[in-house]
Design a protein around this ligand. Structure first.
Ligand code: TGC
Ligand code: FAD
Length: 392
């Protein structure tokens, strides 16, 4: 892969709206991605391997639990800092951002928000340091967009719970130490359970042959009569709203992360267009290429402003789930369109691993599907503005 020459676009001087602390955090993450992610990520993606060597670095930049209080090992930062860290990581690779999103918003968040003090103290510091890695099991083979239909269930056996079922498409599953698993009790109510690797009957086979998110490990979570200690139940929130609350936090991070992937594609295409000579002049001089680049920076700028305003609302605890859905949907769609256009600007070179664009483009096919598909988020907005629920 070519050396990482990334220069972040900031067409509307959005940096002026950030605090010095935001910029320091963002710049530290940016420098780390340049130094430790960019040189290895293409090889990891080609080999379809998650590069475990970057786990300590992710912990060091505060990517595991950015907003989790310091007393539990988190970084105690605000939501805009969290977003900026996700943006920088996804600038490197969406799969690496996935690992951080799952660890922070889908594993640490539910333990912090819905767990007991004992659970917080036992799990959060180890997850924040990367000593333990987590996964989040909501999706099932027959229940993706409709997680409320899940069939994974547990029975109360008196001194423990007995868990049965299977989860599919689970990021980090093949190497996770713990999994936050959503399952129904005997009354059909959804609860979260912390399942630990090593529990008898718990297995995590890897899903192979992905063309997308190749530097992130994806797999299944299979439970065959797994005895889960009663103290591993998350007691403080039940029902589908519990996992969906975690998704709000992760979707917020994705709305920022997608900007990172888009910025990288734009920056790469702009540099290439200025250098590549055809018909005696740089291709950047042709109006068709200028149209592509001008539209890219316009869309990136709009997405940056959307994310920043959402971050302000989230800091004030005023962001609604529907507002988060709109930002996730818009910004991922923006990024995937920019990746496709940027790839064309590079001509044949765009399909090679010399440049990051094709990898971003393929990664974003997962990002537009997970954490609620493009269609589902549109229907969430539709429900919010009309009051008519298309899911029922
Ligand atoms: P519905 O009846 O509307 O709601 C059930 C309960 O949940 C509440 N609720 C929410 N709570 C918090 N946050 C949200 N975003 C919420 N949305 C709904 C709702 O108020 C209700 O509460 P209550 O107290 O009345 O029971 O549920 P529904 O069955 O009609 O489904 C609604 C729908 C389709 C929007 C929802 O299920 C959905 O979002 N589906 C998409 C599924 C999804 O996003 N899966 C993601 C799996 S995890 C993942 O992809 C990780 S990828 C990670 C990575 O690698 O980065
Ligand atoms: P389906 O729900 O079967 O949808 C198929 C198509 O039908 C989509 O286009 C969808 O938009 C459309 N559709 C569905 N319902 C409607 C409707 N009501 N109206 C209109 N159109 C509709 N899940 C986890 O729990 N944890 C993870 O860590 C995780 N990581 C993932 C990593 C990767 C790489 C991928 C690809 C997925 C991951 N997922 C994870 C699962 C992801 O959240 C689901 O794939 C996603 O929610 C969609 O579910 P599905 O694939 O079953 O598609």
């Amino acid at each position: 892969m070519k050396p990482d020459l990334f220069e972040a676009p900031d067409y509307y001087n959005i940096d002026d709206l950030l605090t010095e602390e935001h910029k320091l955090i963002r710049d530290a993450a940016r420098a780390w991605v340049k130094r430790d992610v960019s040189p290895i990520i293409e090889d990891a993606a080609q080999k379809a391997e998650f590069p475990k060597s970057i786990i300590p670095g992710l912990a060091d930049i505060g990517a595991f639990g950015p907003y989790i209080p310091v007393e539990y090992g988190g970084a105690g930062l605000d939501q805009i800092s969290y977003g900026l860290i996700m943006q920088e990581i996804e600038r490197g690779d969406s799969g690496v951002r996935s690992t951080a999103s799952v660890q922070s918003s889908l594993v640490m968040y539910p333990i912090w928000k819905y767990g007991t003090e004992e659970q917080r103290k036992k799990y959060l510091p180890k997850l924040a340091s990367g000593e333990w890695m987590g996964s989040f099991g909501l999706t099932e083979p027959d229940h993706g967009s409709n997680p409320g239909g899940m069939v994974t269930s547990y029975k109360d056996m008196g001194d423990h719970y007995l868990l049965n079922g299977a989860k599919l498409w689970i990021s980090n599953s093949p190497f996770c130490n713990v999994a936050v698993v959503w399952a129904k009790n005997e009354e059909g109510r959804i609860h979260g359970l912390i399942v630990e690797r090593g529990m008898e009957g718990f297995s995590t086979p890897e899903t192979h042959n992905k063309w997308s998110l190749r530097a992130s490990a994806t797999g299944e979570l299979i439970f065959q009569d797994v005895k889960v200690p009663k103290e591993n139940l998350l007691p403080n929130k039940t029902g589908l709203g519990a996992p969906l609350g975690c998704l709000d936090s992760a979707r917020f991070g994705i709305a920022w992360g997608a900007i990172g992937a888009a910025m990288d594609c734009y920056d790469t295409a702009l540099r290439y267009a200025k250098q590549r000579i055809q018909f005696g002049k740089p291709i950047a001089a042709f109006q068709l290429q200028q149209k592509k680049l001008a539209e890219m920076i316009t869309e990136i700028t709009k997405a940056q402003l959307l994310a920043l305003r959402l971050g302000q609302l989230k800091n004030e605890d005023r962001a609604t789930s529907a507002q988060i859905s709109m930002a996730k949907r818009n910004n991922v769609d923006m990024a995937i369109k920019i990746a496709r256009e940027a790839r064309q600007i590079l001509g044949g070179m765009g399909i090679t691993g010399e440049y990051s664009i094709m990898r971003h483009m393929m990664n974003l096919e997962s990002v537009i599907t997970y954490e609620g598909t493009h269609d589902i988020h549109l229907l969430i907005t539709g429900f919010d503005i009309t009051g008519e629920n298309a899911f029922k």
